[in-house]
Design a protein around this ligand. Structure first.
Ligand SMILES: Nc1nc2c(c(=O)[nH]1)N[C@H]1C(S)=C(S)[C@@H](COP(=O)(O)O)O[C@H]1N2
Ligand SMILES: [Mo]
Length: 308
């Protein structure tokens, strides 16, 4: 994965960086000619530059069923959601249980920028410049016991603030709180990020403020929002979507273009916020969402058709 500097955070920044590369390649002036454009796109794809999704799309097209099931609902209905003060506990199979408040989450670990591909199971995708720290830092601070095999994540349960937790229909029929889980190896992987911001700012409520997960090689639903509890366990946790429809959503939920969802193909994705000069409307989905080099070894022993 290519790491970008602070100047490249905005999609505009990346656009200008692309132009610089094109200029360096001697093709910037001719990028309106189709053959050169195709050539330029191929070169840029190979350079693995990620074009960040426009910020208004990242914070305006969301899944956060606690605030409704339409993509526009969270921005609208989470406005008043109180995210400070906040308490995140780390417990279970750890020698050193932790309780972190809002300041700890923002200041205890050095924050860094990570520009990740983000692929929802519903076959749309974005590229998001997160601000956060590796989950392994937090887990190491809690000092897992030898029995810690899995990690279970839990979202806040507060029906007073979350209309989807008051009204079963509005909340998509989910039994709240929202739960997600991973193996300890997945949780310790350096790509697994605890995010507290995006586009250089604190997370907004609709994006899962004040603290959420960002697991770039898995379908978006693994990236649980507004986390209050992280529990290390010996048993594999049962996750929200897995519980709701076990034939459709498995424990792993790795992005895999070769294994279709029972109701639709996963071979390609709709790129949110695309349509400009440099991006197509649909693109093929990559194995492990483009992170195979970093994560495929985690699954070398697994039949990915069975363990989807
Ligand atoms: N607590 C909670 N976390 C959640 C969800 C949710 O409904 N509730 N939706 C998931 C799904 S399906 C996706 S695709 C991502 C969406 O993240 P985004 O809105 O920041 O793009 O959040 C995930 N985390
Ligand atoms: Mo999703």
């Amino acid at each position: 994965m290519k790491k970008l500097t602070e100047n490249d955070v905005t999609s505009e920044g990346i656009f200008h960086q692309r132009r610089k590369i094109l200029t360096a390649l001697g093709i910037a002036g001719s990028s309106f000619l189709i053959p050169d454009f195709v050539k330029a796109q191929a070169i840029l794809d190979e350079s693995n530059l990620l074009v960040a999704t426009p910020e208004d799309k990242v914070i305006g097209y969301n899944n956060f069923y606690e605030f409704g099931t339409s993509k526009e609902d969270p921005q609208r209905y989470a406005k008043e959601f109180k995210t400070n003060p906040w308490t995140l506990t780390v417990d279970g199979e750890v020698n050193n249980p932790l309780t972190l408040d809002w300041d700890d989450l923002h200041n205890r670990f050095a924050l860094e920028e990570r520009i990740y591909r983000f692929r929802c199971v519903e076959a749309w995708s974005m590229v998001i410049p997160w601000l956060g720290f590796e989950l392994n830092q937090l887990l190491k601070a809690a000092n897992p016991t030898g029995n810690a095999k899995y990690v279970r994540f839990e979202t806040l349960h507060d029906p007073q603030q979350m209309p989807g937790q008051r009204d079963r229909y509005f909340g998509g029929g989910i039994d709240y709180p929202y739960i997600e889980g991973s193996t300890i190896e997945e949780a310790m992987h350096p790509l697994t990020l605890i995010a507290v911001g995006l586009y250089g700012k604190d997370l907004l409520p609709q994006s899962g403020a004040p603290v959420r997960l960002a697991v770039p090689w898995k379908y978006g639903f693994k990236s649980i929002k507004s986390i209050v509890k992280i529990t290390l366990t010996e048993q594999q946790p049962i996750n929200t979507w897995q519980k709701l429809a076990p034939n459709e959503y498995g424990f792993y939920a790795n992005v895999n273009p070769q294994v279709d969802h029972p109701r639709w193909s996963q071979a390609s994705e709709r790129v949110i916020g695309s349509g400009g000069l440099f991006s197509a409307k649909r693109q093929p989905t990559l194995m492990f969402n483009g992170y195979a080099e970093q994560v495929a070894s985690l699954y070398s022993q697994l039949d990915l058709r069975k363990h989807f």
